[in-house]
Design a protein around this ligand. Sequence first.
Ligand SMILES: [Zn+2]
Length: 89
Amino acid sequence: MAKTNLCQSCGMPLKGANDFGTEKDGTPSEKFCHHCYQNGEWVEKDVSFDEFYAHSLKRFQDSDMNKIEKFFLNKMYTKKFLKKLERWS
Ligand SMILES: [Zn+2]
């Protein structure tokens, strides 16, 4: 089963080693990206679901995606999608 891992907090695809967050002992997290999870803790600990969704959407929109990627992002990156991830379900 070859499947792209998504960060189970924000939904970002985890591709390169730099995308992964870190556990307390410095090993890479298998589930979360470095925007969400560092040293075994959430980067934004007390954030509400709605705030987190807004932040993440903005972060993706500000990244260097092309127009077509952004079009799909806006269609797919919904609250419903985010709710399915482990952190929010
Ligand atoms: Zn993330």
